[in-house]
Design a binder for this molecule. Structure first.
Ligand code: FE2
Length: 230
């Protein structure tokens, strides 16, 4: 299992405070059956330069890797890049992709998206070597028209859902239907800390497994690994 969205790196954003907390989060993920954790610290282009972001992220990851047990899940580096108008012109956009892959995790505003934004998403998805993944789509799916969403899906844009979307009785029915329909492509814990936002991806997968055909999750997982290029 892959955790596509996490704030597991120590002291780099509003996620894990220190290495100890990161190891605790990693342990929960491991016992949930996660074999690959993608670290996606927030990147806000108006607050930090790309250079400083990568320096801080890579230093934090190196410290965590040194402390990780040998049998820990594999840690891959990425970013949760916040969208802004004009992001498609960001010079080093490709550097924000998940390590070893073409996947770029983009966080959109929780609002109705303008025609400009929709076009820019399609444009981003058309950049050679970039495959776009929208973060926690359950936060904004209902704010867009079905037509707009279809345009994004048809442009090859993939959708990441948080595990919590599969745990609340209010949302999990729709989440499951979207998952089965191929409109949710990846699931992430979006874990931030041990106390208030611990990883619950194991519970989400258990519920999905209970409701789905036995072949569904292995195929979903294999698809995820294919997106990562291994
Ligand atoms: Fe996040």
């Amino acid at each position: 299992m892959i955790d596509w969205h996490s704030h597991i790196l120590p002291a780099v954003d509003d996620g894990s405070r220190d290495i100890e907390e990161s190891l605790g989060l990693l342990h929960i993920l491991q016992t949930s059956g996660v074999d690959t954790v993608i670290a996606t610290p927030h990147f806000y282009a108006d607050r930090i330069s790309a250079e400083d972001f990568f320096a801080a992220r890579d230093q934090s990851a190196a410290a965590l890797r040194r402390a990780m047990p040998a049998d820990a899940p594999r840690l891959l580096l990425g970013a949760e890049v916040r969208y802004y108008a004009g992001i498609s012109r960001l010079e080093n956009l490709k550097d924000f992709r998940i390590e070893g892959s073409r996947q770029l995790l983009l966080e959109m505003p929780v609002s109705h998206w303008s025609e400009y934004a929709l076009r820019e998403l399609v444009e981003l998805a058309g950049i050679p070597g970039v495959e776009l993944l929208l973060a926690h789509v359950e936060r904004y799916r209902a704010l867009q028209s079905d037509d707009a969403w279809d345009r994004l899906l048809q442009a090859g844009i993939r959708m990441q859902s948080n595990a919590s979307n599969f745990l609340s009785w209010r949302t999990r029915g729709a989440a499951l239907r979207q998952l089965w329909a191929g409109e949710i492509h990846c699931i992430g814990s979006d874990c931030h800390n041990l106390k208030y936002r611990p990883p619950k991806i194991g519970e989400a997968y258990e519920w999905i497994a209970k409701k789905s055909d036995a072949r569904f999750l292995p195929a979903f997982d294999a698809f995820g690994h294919k997106l990562l290029g291994h």
